[in-house]
Design a protein around this ligand. Structure first.
Ligand code: SF4
Length: 210
């Protein structure tokens, strides 16, 4: 396929820069403990300094892959699919999610919400980032708000984000991994004092699975 065709298909969302795909257990948030097939799409320019997948940032490092190939691989493993990144909303998610829906999949997304929402989702996990805030429309449709707590200021940011979110959204505070020993006691105290919040941990890292 010539390069122009590939670029055009990536633009349309019928090819996407695939970083990796794997069957594992969802470690975080509402669906923690659930077996799911993860599709990690390359490309993110949000730039969180503590990001644990910085190798995802440069989309050019990840091969443009036809969504048909991605879906065939996915359904061999699971009907619960988590689309993550990078920032998947960098790209048009309509074609990929339409195809997964045609195959009877439940589709979850992990997103910062920094870009226009595309795609068909059964579950939207919104993890907002201070340096590139979510677009207004995603607050109305997110199922789960997951705020990463790196320092004390993040409690204020969490409340500010919660004030924008729809009333059915489940609220999580999750320690940033490298700060977990310092922040977990603070999160525990905060959640006990403010029980609308729940604690989320990166249990996959404790389980030593991807
Ligand atoms: S939005 Fe996610 S992938 Fe992008 S820099 Fe932040 S943590 Fe990393």
């Amino acid at each position: 396929m010539i390069k122009e065709d590939t670029n055009a298909r990536v633009e349309l969302g019928t090819m996407l820069p695939l970083m990796e795909a794997f069957y594992t257990i969802q470690g975080e948030g509402f669906h923690k403990g659930t077996a799911a097939y993860f599709i990690r799409i390359g490309g993110c320019d949000v730039g969180c300094h503590w990001c644990d997948v910085k190798e995802s940032w440069n989309a050019l490092l990840h091969p443009p892959t036809a969504i048909e190939v991605m879906v065939e691989d996915a359904v061999k493993h699971s009907k619960t699919i988590v689309i993550t990144g990078g920032e998947p909303l960098t790209w048009n998610m309509d074609p990929l999610t339409t195809l997964l829906k045609e195959r009877g999949c439940k589709i979850h997304i992990e997103t910062s919400g920094a870009y226009e929402l595309s795609g068909i989702w059964d579950w939207i996990c919104l993890s907002p980032k201070k340096i590139k805030l979510p677009t207004p429309e995603i607050y109305a449709v997110a199922h789960e708000l997951k705020v990463i707590v790196f320092n004390n200021n993040d409690f204020l940011f969490a409340e500010e984000q919660a004030s924008r979110i729809n009333e059915n959204c489940i609220l999580y505070l999750q320690p940033e991994w490298s700060k977990r020993e310092k922040m977990i006691p603070l999160i525990v105290d905060y959640v006990m004092a403010n029980p609308k919040w729940k604690v989320s941990l990166q249990t996959h890292k404790y389980l030593n699975i991807p």
